[in-house]
Design a protein around this ligand. Structure first.
Ligand SMILES: NC(=O)c1ccc[n+]([C@@H]2O[C@H](COP(=O)([O-])OP(=O)(O)OC[C@H]3O[C@@H](n4cnc5c(N)ncnc54)[C@H](OP(=O)(O)O)[C@@H]3O)[C@@H](O)[C@H]2O)c1
Length: 295
């Protein structure tokens, strides 16, 4: 990691991290899941507003965008917004996507793809994003519950084959425990782990330590408590007051401080929230802040 605090690229104010050793990104990234809809069951959002958010993110120095073909609601497809907003893509932009879940007739993930179905899902992402290879593809395993319990090697090997063919540059795993990360690494190099995590969540310390030791990016999803486990504002307000920041900014700053391999990807469909989240990269927490976060 390098510290390259810059006012012209505020997303890089917490430094950069080279995904897979060769794709440097500003540590504060962006996730597209909130572009098609703000909540899991909410109405479809305006695609033009989503395009404006994506373009502003890149202007602010965000060059790590997390997406998926299954981020869609009605006619609004996150990958297509990324393409419309940003293609032809800047050379330094890393677009990460994930495959694994299959959508049921109601439009929600219903079952896991078989190894043989993964090629088609990768091809969907290539087509929607309008690229000839994908920078980073995660195998997303499990359902909505905590990681663990299922084998990953066969499916990861199917993605490793596509990597050998040049369709994928780097591979990652999502929603995994340390054993599943170890299993995947017996098949092919793992550049990134993407798991649910935020400032109050009990991190899988062993998994994070292994990522930090091995230079594997740890990409926390739901970094603002957007899932079932919300943030506790009461534990963030004192630090927020000291920095003149919002509790969401402190939640992101705490993640960035936790490990140099931590790359948060807060999701938003709001320009104001995007600006706020990116500005969090410049916040340096003090030991007093860290003590107050512990509650
Ligand atoms: N691998 C996986 O299984 C998985 C699962 C879920 C998500 N993800 C990825 O992780 C990314 C982040 O997760 P997420 O977007 O679900 O949740 P999140 O980042 O924890 O929270 C997003 C929610 O917080 C709101 N928000 C954003 N910035 C805010 C701010 N500054 N102040 C107040 N509210 C704010 C957003 O509303 P507005 O849109 O109205 O701002 C949205 O409702 C996703 O976008 C996706 O790329 C991966």
């Amino acid at each position: 990691m390098t510290n390259t605090g810059s006012t012209s690229r505020p997303a890089a104010a917490a430094g950069t991290f080279a995904i897979g050793g060769d794709r440097p990104v500003a540590r504060l990234g962006y996730g597209t899941m909130r572009l098609p809809t703000g909540t899991f069951t909410g109405p479809v959002r305006d695609p033009e507003a989503g395009i404006a958010v994506l373009r502003r993110a890149v202007e602010l120095g965000v060059n790590h965008i997390d997406t998926a073909s299954f981020y869609r609601r009605g006619d609004v497809v996150a990958n297509e917004l990324v393409r419309r907003a940003l293609a032809p893509y800047p050379d330094d932009l890393v677009i990460a996507t994930k495959v694994g879940p299959l959508l049921g007739p109601d439009g929600y993930p219903s079952q896991q793809a078989t190894p043989g179905q993964l090629r088609g899902l990768v091809e969907d992402n290539l087509r929607e994003l309008g690229v000839d290879h994908l920078d980073l593809v995660y195998l997303r395993v499990g359902g909505r519950s905590a990681p663990g319990g299922e084998p990953v090697a066969e499916r990861f090997a199917a993605l490793a084959e596509l990597r050998e063919e040049g369709l994928i540059r780097h591979l990652g795993v999502s929603n995994v425990d340390a054993a599943q990360l170890g299993e995947a690494r017996t098949v092919a190099p793992v550049a990134a782990v993407q798991n649910a995590h935020h400032v109050h969540a009990a991190a899988d310390a062993g998994l994070l330590a292994e990522c930090t030791r091995s230079g594997i990016a740890f990409v926390p999803f739901f970094p603002l408590g957007g899932g079932l486990d919300p943030l506790d504002p009461g534990r963030l307000e004192k630090a927020a007051g000291r920095h003149g920041a919002t509790v969401q900014q402190i939640a992101l700053a705490a993640l960035l401080a936790a490990s140099p391999v931590m790359l948060p990807i807060p999701g938003t469909g709001s320009l104001a929230h995007l600006e706020e989240n990116v500005a969090a990269a410049a916040i340096r927490l003090t030991p007093e802040d860290v003590a107050s976060l512990a509650g």
